[in-house]
Design a protein around this ligand. Structure first.
Ligand SMILES: Nc1ncnc2c1ncn2[C@@H]1O[C@H](COP(=O)(O)OP(=O)(O)OP(=O)(O)O)[C@@H](O)[C@H]1O
Ligand SMILES: O=C(O)[C@H](O)CO
Length: 496
């Protein structure tokens, strides 16, 4: 009979395969190929539901972690009609071999997802290209996560903008709040990129979403959509986090004078925005793959909130699913799950009834469970350690599951494995993509002289996983994947 350790090792391999399938399904080239068609006169988007004439030249500009491969595929599809392409991507982005004969020019910048002089210069080159377009030209703008740092033209000194962003980010601001402030400090965000383009040019923007719910105004700070934020919202956000005194004066002055570039501008009449890929597509692919072996189900695509709350949600989900699978109908666990899920998914919470039906079905068929979710939790960084939200979540889930197993005998009857990973392959300022979590991790770590709670409290999840020996590593390192549709969580529960 296999030990828990061996079973876990097998489950980890399986989970990585599921993750790989998810990421593959949102590869920029696949996504663009499924969206665009060109027949030498017209460009069609989304099953031909929109068609654009191409009388002049076609230009491509892009910014974000996934846009290089998007641009290469657009060039393929345009079949020699691309006049010029220019993309701003993170340092170290892998270049496809076909780039040698390409008209796509690649610029790198924004180390660790923080705007730098390079990304500002690259942005100048992008706006320079836009300014050269003539009235019959067609412009395709490629946008993906990380775009805010890679398309950066601040109205305040760059280091002041970086400081403002860091203060809000480590204070726990959501990406919408963060980008609302960024938009108010920019010459290109919040719709302003369109101001650089000839007003008679047709503009198509193709967007790979990395924000929960795909809000166009937030993804990469909405450079191609009207900004309907009330003028006083950005400074209000700074005040809500009590940061007015810590912010540079230039930032406070700019936010106090803010005027959003909104939907009343005729500039947007010839601009069309399309979300062509998101977290839901990735999760669907994972479910399809895992359904061959397990009862696979979608929990939610909208997880957000503090990682500590998200970890409690997962431990409540495991407790409820294990009890249900074992044949107990525990009203208290169900109510508890509804409450914790509403704190991380929004008021309506996850669909507990549908989860219940799936678990009962799996139990009657004797199949294991594979639960998939997506979203983007937040970490309030208070410690001095190194980590990312996926690694910290996996560590916190391990601690919560360990504690739950000590309280609840039912959990001893199941193998439970959790994985959290960023689809871009990079979790926070580390070289890891994510990590595994499971109930036995804490005891194993303590026996090696590592106390996971101390690491969590110091936001040092990377430090922990780098020292922890599980007979291999529980850290996943795969490098930049070239895509970005937020984080994925994979939970496997199997009766022993
Ligand atoms: N030591 C740490 N421990 C845990 N999380 C951290 C730590 N340092 C930074 N983070 C988190 O990492 C995140 C920033 O990482 P990253 O740059 O990968 O963001 P991102 O949201 O994935 O980027 P984008 O959305 O632009 O692609 C923030 O949520 C921040 O709270
Ligand atoms: O670049 C950004 O603003 C984030 O990745 C959200 O899209």
């Amino acid at each position: 009979m296999c030990s828990e350790f061996d079973r876990l090792a097998e489950m980890k391999k399986y989970v990585l395969k599921v993750f790989e399938e998810c990421v593959k399904s949102v590869s920029p080239r696949n996504i663009v190929r499924n969206t665009l068609r060109f027949d030498s006169k017209k460009l069609y988007v989304n099953d031909d539901s929109s068609a654009y004439s191409v009388p002049g030249d076609v230009y491509v500009v892009g910014f974000g972690k996934a846009v290089l491969n998007m641009a290469v595929e657009v060039e393929n599809i345009l079949n020699d009609r691309l006049k010029e392409g220019i993309v701003s991507v993170p340092f170290g982005t892998q270049r496809p071999s076909s780039l040698q004969n390409s008209r796509v020019h690649v610029m790198e910048g924004a180390r660790n997802n923080i705007p730098d002089r390079q990304s500002v210069e690259n942005t100048d080159r992008i706006t320079g290209t836009l300014a050269r377009l003539r009235r019959h030209d067609l412009l395709i703008i490629l946008i993906s996560g990380g775009g805010s740092a890679l398309l950066c033209s601040p109205t305040v000194p760059l280091h002041d903008k970086i400081l403002a962003t860091n203060l809000l980010s480590s204070g726990g601001a959501s990406i919408e709040q963060l980008n609302t402030v960024r938009k108010a400090l920019s010459r290109v965000k919040g719709g302003r990129l369109i101001e650089w383009v000839h007003r008679e040019c047709t503009v198509i923007s193709l967007i790979l979403s990395d924000v929960v719910g795909d809000p166009l105004t937030a993804i990469a700070s909405g450079p191609t959509v009207p900004n309907d934020d009330p003028d006083s919202l950005p400074i209000g956000i700074v005040d809500r986090f009590g940061l007015r005194d810590k912010m540079p004066k230039t930032v406070i002055d700019a936010l106090s004078r803010n005027e959003s570039f909104n939907g009343t501008s005729a500039r947007f009449d010839r601009v069309r925005n399309y979300v062509i890929g998101n977290n839901a597509i990735a999760l669907r692919a994972g479910i399809e793959y895992a359904s061959r072996d397990l009862k696979a189900m979608l929990v939610t695509t909208s997880l957000r909130g503090d990682v500590a709350l998200v970890a409690t949600f997962y431990s409540d989900l495991v407790a409820y699913a294990c009890a249900l699978y074992a044949g107990a109908t525990d009203r208290k666990l169900k109510d508890q799950l509804k409450i914790t899920s509403s704190s991380v998914v929004g008021e309506s919470g996850v669909d507990v009834e549908s989860l219940t039906n799936s678990v009962v079905e799996a139990s009657s068929e004797g199949r294991g469970l594979c639960m998939l979710s997506g979203g983007e939790p937040t970490v309030m960084v208070r410690g001095s350690g190194l980590g990312g939200r996926n690694q910290e979540l996996a560590l916190r889930v391990s601690l919560a599951l360990g504690a739950a197993r000590r309280r609840d005998d039912c959990l001893h009857r199941f193998d439970v494995l959790f994985f959290s990973g960023g689809t871009d392959g990079i979790d926070g300022p580390t070289d890891a993509c994510g990590a595994f979590g499971y109930p036995a991790l804490e005891d194993m770590a303590l026996s090696q002289g590592l106390d996971p709670s101390l690491y969590v409290n110091n936001n040092d999840s990377y430090g922990f996983y780098s020292s922890f020996d599980c007979g291999g590593s529980d850290l996943l390192k795969i490098g930049h994947t070239g895509t970005n549709v937020m984080d994925l969580h994979i939970l496997i529960i199997k009766p022993k």
